[in-house]
Design a protein around this ligand. Structure first.
Ligand SMILES: Cc1cc2nc3c(=O)[nH]c(=O)nc-3n(C[C@H](O)[C@H](O)[C@H](O)COP(=O)(O)OP(=O)(O)OC[C@H]3O[C@@H](n4cnc5c(N)ncnc54)[C@H](O)[C@@H]3O)c2cc1C
Length: 489
């Protein structure tokens, strides 16, 4: 076990909880309980890993199991990064960030097998009845899954069918996204809205199907589809086997029963003698000296390492100073950033409503919501950009009432990832043109500095699986680099 603390913290300052008629309180009880360690500043490490999300954790495990001396530095007071499982209300588990996984996500499934974890279904995803908001959120329509899901699937097929073979010519191998580079470049300039405008007339949709299609597209990129790159839609489409129902099952149906935090903790526990510093921010990475990188912490302390793996989210990469500066294109995208994403919240209802699912197109403050538990007393909801104040229970209830006029909300919990200074985004979605211009540059190491993140993965970029893929790849590169330049310490 990497960390055995005496007084184990089970609360993070991340997240909030808001009960009816009460002000929101910050911080949530979590499943992970690790303690930050004391550092001997004169030690030199083989690798310093910046960020203890899944990319950083998996790299720490792989490198430490190969006897490399690893220091993991995390700005937050917990591990897990953009994922954490809050436990509240008689042991109910709430996934505040990344949640759903699938057996076709190869890296995460391997870890589930390795640690003997299991999955549980979010029940509302396959609800028979769907609430759809039409006419700018003013008209509520109840429809059935059976009558509409296949038609929606056909509309999605037309939307995605850019090359008459369901985008197979563009994204034949989504885990090697540049296999058909010319075609990727051809369509990368398109926004999701551009593509919708191209096919809108041919789609010949009812109002309900149009509303559902637009809700689904906006949900996926968590904002205004005019800002989201169409090529990322095609990547998800290919990962979903070019089929809407299969894609949907992979994106939002099955979660880790024991919680994402349990997986994060299991990976950390497997590390061999990794030192972990929590609540510690890296301010700069100086690689001007030969054979040694100097990491400067926000506190001003300096630590030495042979290599550094930077796993921070793309939208906060610009906050770290690199000496000499990073590749110009990396600097450019770090400043531009990817789409920032939107909101996610959990709401506990005063009484169960059974299995239920809802959709509304942008700019409705909730684009998608569904019940998660067996009896339907807990709803998970998503909104575009910052259009819903999820910390305000009355506002959340009012928005839910557009779909469910009589429900009352007992409490709401979540976290504002978009304004979290160490994250500044939800899941990765690139803007038009960014994938062909920047993805490979972002993945390219600048030895002795290496990069990994769910935001720069090849396959399931924007997912836990992508973070694991990227962390594994960088661990391999670092191991090769250290083998070549240094013998093991
Ligand atoms: C609301 C939400 C819903 C999601 N839903 C899903 C889902 O259902 N399924 C799925 O698979 N994925 C989902 N994702 C995406 C998934 O959570 C991420 O892609 C993945 O967790 C990213 O892992 P990572 O290690 O690359 O980055 P992160 O988890 O972001 O880890 C990076 C770490 O770096 C730290 N850091 C930043 N700056 C510094 C610094 N200067 N010094 C030290 N540390 C620093 C951060 O605090 C953070 O802990 C979701 C994400 C969000 C936010």
């Amino acid at each position: 076990m990497a960390n055995k603390g005496e007084s184990l913290s089970k609360k993070t300052t991340d997240g909030f909880l808001c009960h009816l008629n009460e002000l929101a309180t910050n911080g949530l009880p979590t499943l992970t309980y690790v303690q930050s360690q004391k550092l001997v500043y004169t030690e030199q490490y083989d690798v310093i890993i910046v960020g203890a999300g899944f990319a950083g954790l998996i790299a720490a495990r792989e490198l430490s199991l190969r006897q490399r001396k690893v220091l993991l530095i995390e700005a937050k007071d917990r591990i897990g990064g953009r994922t954490f499982t809050a436990e509240y209300d008689d042991g109910k588990k709430f996934e505040i960030g990344g949640t759903w996984i699938h057996w076709s996500q190869p890296h995460v499934w391997t870890e589930i097998t390795r640690y003997g974890l299991s999955i549980i279904e979010s029940k509302g995803v396959a609800a028979e009845h769907i609430s759809v908001l039409l006419d700018n959120g003013t008209k509520l329509k109840q429809i059935t899954l059976a009558d509409n899901w296949i038609t929606l699937g056909k509309a999605m097929e037309k939307y995605s069918d850019i090359d008459n073979v369901q985008a197979r010519m563009v994204m034949p191998l989504p885990h090697a996204p540049f296999t058909a580079r010319e075609n990727v470049e051809k369509y990368d300039g398109l926004s999701m809205q551009d593509r919708f405008d191209q096919v809108r007339n041919a789609l010949n949709m009812t109002d309900e199907i149009q509303a559902m299609l637009l809700a689904l597209l906006s949900m996926n990129m968590q904002g205004d589809i005019a800002e989201g790159g169409f090529i990322d839609h095609l990547r998800w489409w290919a990962l979903g086997d070019y089929d809407m129902i299969r894609m949907f099952d992979k994106l939002g149906r099955y979660k880790i029963k024991e919680g994402t935090s349990t997986l994060a903790q299991a990976i950390l526990n497997d590390c061999q003698n990794v030192k972990l510093l929590l609540s510690t921010s890296v301010a700069s990475v100086d690689r001007t000296k030969q054979d040694s990188v100097i990491i400067r912490l926000q506190s001003g302390d300096l630590i030495l390492a042979r290599t550094v793996l930077v796993t921070v989210p793309l939208n906060v990469l610009k906050n770290i100073e690199f000496l000499p500066a990073l590749n110009l294109k990396k600097q450019e995208i770090a400043v531009k950033g990817q789409c920032q994403g939107g909101t996610k919240f959990w709401a506990k209802l005063d009484k169960p409503i059974g299995h239920w699912f809802a959709m509304a197109p942008y700019p409705n403050p909730i684009t998608m919501a569904y019940t998660d538990d067996q009896d339907g007393s807990v709803i998970v909801g998503f909104g575009p950009e910052g259009l819903l104040d999820i910390k305000n229970i009355e506002t959340v209830e009012k928005e839910l009432n557009k779909f469910l006029p009589t429900v009352k909300v007992q409490y709401v919990l979540g976290h504002d990832w978009r304004t979290d200074p160490n994250i500044m985004s939800t899941w990765s979605w690139y803007k038009p043109g960014q994938m062909s211009s920047y993805l490979q540059i972002l993945q390219t190491c600048e030895p002795p500095v290496f990069f990994a993140s769910g935001d720069i993965a090849n396959g399931w970029r924007g997912f836990i699986d992508g973070a694991l893929e990227s962390g594994l790849k960088s661990a391999r590169e670092i191991q090769q680099y250290l083998d070549k330049h240094f013998t093991s310490t």
